[in-house]
Design a protein around this ligand. Sequence first.
Ligand SMILES: [Zn+2]
Length: 88
Amino acid sequence: MTRTEITPSQFTAMRQALQEREAEIIGRLLQQPDYPPLPPCPECGAEAEQIDSMVEPPSFEFAEPVVLINVQPCGHRLRAVVDLDEPM
Ligand SMILES: [Zn+2]
């Protein structure tokens, strides 16, 4: 198959269009991040919009670290003892 010669200006235009396309794709991704959905609330099964979790300092009662979890918008406040045998 023969190759068709294009002019330097055609090549420049094509390269510019490709760069603009790439910039547009990146720009769209940054503006509308399409994150996968969060896991549902384990308590009520509601769709979670925000999940905050923090590790409670170890106490006498529990040797394992305890994680406090707040789920929004249902507002459930959860508490979980981390099983140290399971990878976090
Ligand atoms: Zn809930």
